[in-house]
Design a protein around this ligand. Structure first.
Ligand code: DX5
Ligand code: ZN
Length: 233
């Protein structure tokens, strides 16, 4: 794995959760983010959808930049033509930037381009480059990209919405990706995570587990985040 302070930090705090901001109560966003931070959360997950790569249209770089927070910004791009847009998301403060292998003919070129960019929050921190795979994408796509990414995100639902049901075949995919990347990359699982399945998924070898609707369910985000993190220990 490319050594950068950020990769080392994420490795040291694994397994951990990355909380999806989309399902938060946006009228009370400040207090909701404070609540998860005081529960010990380090990562805030932004689901960027362009209404083309996947059905929903969500948020863009100005929203990533506009949320002033100490949380690390984990930006999951579900967009077409990422090459022309990655720079804007890095300038907006992305610490982790994840690209879908299905979203471009030139994933290797996009990863190389991101590798030349500097973290806008702290130039010494480094950027974590993630590659994301939809549930139907063969894992072999990872092989020629080894060395050009620091994280693999396995989607456990089809991209589009929070609150979907976890696709069971993801479990086997997590184990297989761990064998393929060994310790050269972090593994992230995103979609359909609940209080009931999170412990099992972390045991399979996931370093980062994205959770949106299970933390922001209208009850206490502090209690929810704490409970989910406690399930990882
Ligand atoms: C899928 C999104 C979601 C989201 C997590 O397009 O990437 O998976 O982050 O949402 P929940 O935790 O509600 O499944
Ligand atoms: Zn996501």
């Amino acid at each position: 794995m490319a050594r950068s302070p950020l990769v080392d930090r994420l490795r040291a705090s694994a397994p951990q959760i990355s909380v999806g901001v989309l399902t938060a109560d946006w009228l009370n966003l400040g207090s909701q983010l404070q609540a998860i931070e005081s529960a010990g959360v380090e990562l805030l997950h932004f689901d960027v959808m362009d209404g083309v790569f996947c059905p929903m249209l969500t948020l863009g770089a100005p929203v990533v930049a506009g949320l002033k927070t100490q949380l690390l910004k984990d930006v999951h791009l579900m967009i077409e033509d990422p090459l022309s847009k990655v720079e804007g998301f890095v300038a907006a403060g992305a610490d982790i930037i994840t690209l879908h292998v299905e979203s471009t003919r030139h994933i290797h070129r996009v990863l190389q381009a991101v590798g030349k960019l500097t973290n806008a929050n702290d130039p010494n921190r480094g950027i974590v480059r993630g590659i994301a795979l939809n549930p139907g994408t063969p894992l072999e796509v990872i092989d020629p990209l080894l060395g050009e990414f620091e994280m693999v995100l396995l989607l456990a639902v089809n991209p589009g919405w929070g609150g979907q049901k976890f696709i069971a075949s993801t479990c086997d995919r997590v184990k297989r990706v761990r064998e393929m990347v060994r310790d050269t990359a972090l593994i992230c699982v995103d979609g359909g995570i609940t209080k009931d399945n999170i412990a099992n998924i972390s045991r399979l070898g996931a370093d980062i587990i994205v959770t949106g609707s299970a933390v922001f369910d209208g009850k206490s985000p502090f209690e929810n985040a704490k409970l989910m993190m406690d399930s990882l220990r």
